[in-house]
Design a protein around this ligand. Structure first.
Ligand SMILES: N[C@@H](CCC(=O)N[C@@H](CS)C(=O)NCC(=O)O)C(=O)O
Length: 204
């Protein structure tokens, strides 16, 4: 069955998925979700993408969201089709991961909020958006111990540094949600975090 792609023309995350679909030459059926008409907040949409965001794909019943994850999935499903986007050689792969991390933490991290601020000029908006996302975390963590299931993964640990700074900045989005708080306290109680908090130093 043809892959179904749900996105919005002016959504940067949808644009990236579109670029990758074209690079890989993967045929797709596109459905426009008009954010101005709040089509991404309907119950039908939320049943497929609980964060109420575009894009997501439906690959023969397999629903997937998060643009970077969709792109990685498409590459791993069609590794030899048209443009190769993720190297398999270990060193080349590590350099790719390094570049991907730089994009997320050094480029998108500053660029996206700057654009948002200039275009919408809503200072409180980011906090409101974060709170709405943590409502979904609260639902997820009411059913499982960690974000990817009942086992700890890197995805959980990745939340620790920024998560500990939120209350310092007066943003109490974690403390207000019992399951998120239970999960987060479990992470910050770990010896690894305590050691980092005490100070990074040689262990060898
Ligand atoms: N991390 C997500 C972000 C998706 C995202 O922020 N989508 C925006 C459009 S670019 C959206 O749907 N915004 C509407 C909303 O958050 O309510 C991804 O990469 O797919």
């Amino acid at each position: 069955m043809t892959l179904k792609f749900y996105g919005y023309q002016y959504s940067t995350a949808s644009q990236l998925v579109g670029v990758v679909l074209h690079e890989k030459g993967i045929p797709f059926e596109y459905s426009s979700i008009d954010l101005r008409k709040h089509e991404h907040k309907t119950l039908e949409f939320l049943a497929r993408q609980p964060f109420g965001q575009v894009p997501y794909i439906d690959d023969d019943g397999f629903i997937l969201y998060e643009s970077q994850v969709i792109c990685r999935y498409l590459e791993s499903k069609y590794p030899n089709q048209r443009t190769k986007l993720i190297p398999t050689d270990p060193k080349q792969r590590a350099l790719f991961e390094q570049a991907a991390s730089i994009e997320m933490t050094n480029f998108d991290y500053y660029g996206a909020p700057a654009i948002f601020e200039v275009l919408f000029k809503k200072v409180d908006e980011l906090t409101k958006l974060l709170a709405a996302k943590l409502d979904v975390y609260e639902q997820i963590l009411s059913k499982q111990r960690y974000l990817a299931g009942d086992e700890l993964t890197l995805a959980d640990l990745s939340h620790i540094p920024v998560g500990t700074l939120l209350p310092v900045a007066g943003i109490d989005v974690i403390q207000e949600r019992p399951n998120v708080l239970r999960w987060f306290n479990g992470l910050t109680d770990r010896g690894s975090w305590k050691k980092v908090k005490e100070g990074l130093k040689n262990t060898a």
